[in-house]
Ligand binder design. Structure first.
Ligand code: SAM
Length: 287
């Protein structure tokens, strides 16, 4: 099968099937073989791996994955792409294409069915309109994962790996870093895609921690505190916590928890590390 990472081969398939790109599905297909190679290398795909690809498009990356992995499961929402994938992936018996919405797919069940419940690798050029729900959905649902190597909007990659006190630091940085270690693989310009996206892109690898870097008595509370503190970013953390619709602590309880966690009264959420959020959340539980 002709390498779809070559622009002329992608154009040929698009024309053969008279495929019309859909903006609502975030369709920007990769047309750069170097970027494809970088993604495969960064994900360290071996012939032992079961890989989940989210949004295979016309199968460009799927073909590369199939050549390196044991098994590839590809979930694609756009019905118009299914016959194209049957064509482009026909020569790869280790690929299963599933027509469906990844946000409604039981990925844990797929890992059981295709990898005996063992950790899988996720590799994808993600549809940018749902990057965060896809990634957080995989983590929150405790899908057995080794790593995610994904193309995302450049700004989102920056937020995922941001450190406390920087402008990009926020709830996404903390959530991602609670579950995984981020590593920026490469920045990718718009001309590597067809059609070109309006934003810059980046490949980021998130390697799942075997143990969370902090121990918390109540994980749900940790994430409620994180959300509350970035909801009103410029305000004092104590106000954010007090005003949060998700929390019902009194001002006294908040100050007591601050004391136990060793936080100053006038602290802002954007300066707190994951360790400090964990200490605060444990302080509320102990209180
Ligand atoms: N992997 C292909 C490539 O690199 O050329 C296509 C990537 S394109 C950025 C995103 C793909 O995700 C599209 O094929 C789109 O139809 C698909 N997609 C969008 N929303 C989806 C969803 N909710 N579930 C599954 N696939 C989705």
């Amino acid at each position: 099968m002709a390498n779809l990472g070559q622009p002329k081969n992608t154009i040929e398939i698009i024309q053969k099937y008279q495929f019309v790109f859909s903006k609502k599905y975030g369709q920007n297909f990769l047309i750069d073989t170097h970027v494809l190679d970088k993604i495969i290398a960064a994900a360290s795909i071996t012939d032992q791996d079961c890989v989940l690809e989210i949004g295979p498009g016309i199968g460009t990356m799927t073909q590369c994955l199939a050549e390196h992995a044991k098994t590839v499961i590809a979930v694609e929402i756009d019905r118009a792409l299914i016959p194209i994938l049957e064509d482009t992936l026909g020569g790869y018996p280790n690929v299963t294409v599933i027509h469906g919405d990844i946000l409604k797919t039981d990925v844990c069940a797929l890992t059981k069915q295709y990898n005996a419940g063992n950790p899988i690798k996720v590799v994808a050029n993600l549809p940018y309109y749902i990057t965060t729900p896809i990634i957080m959905g995989l983590f929150d649902n405790h899908v057995p994962l080794e790593s995610l190597t994904v193309m995302v909007q450049k700004e989102v990659a920056n937020r995922m790996q941001a450190a406390p006190g920087t402008k990009d630091y926020g709830a996404l940085s903390l959530a991602v870093q609670y579950y995984a270690t981020p590593y920026l693989v490469a920045n990718v310009p718009p001309n590597c895609f067809m059609p070109r996206p309006r934003v810059g892109s980046a490949v980021i690898r998130l390697t799942r921690h075997t143990e969370p870097p902090v121990q918390v008595a109540d994980e749900k509370l940790l994430f409620q505190l994180i959300r509350a503190s970035f909801h009103e970013r410029r305000k004092l953390l104590s106000n954010g916590l007090y005003n949060s619709p998700e929390l019902s602590f009194t001002k006294e309880e908040i100050l007591q928890a601050y004391n136990i966690a060793g936080l100053p009264e006038k602290v802002r959420g954007e300066t707190l590390s994951l360790e400090q959020f964990a200490a605060l959340s444990n302080a509320f539980v102990l209180n």
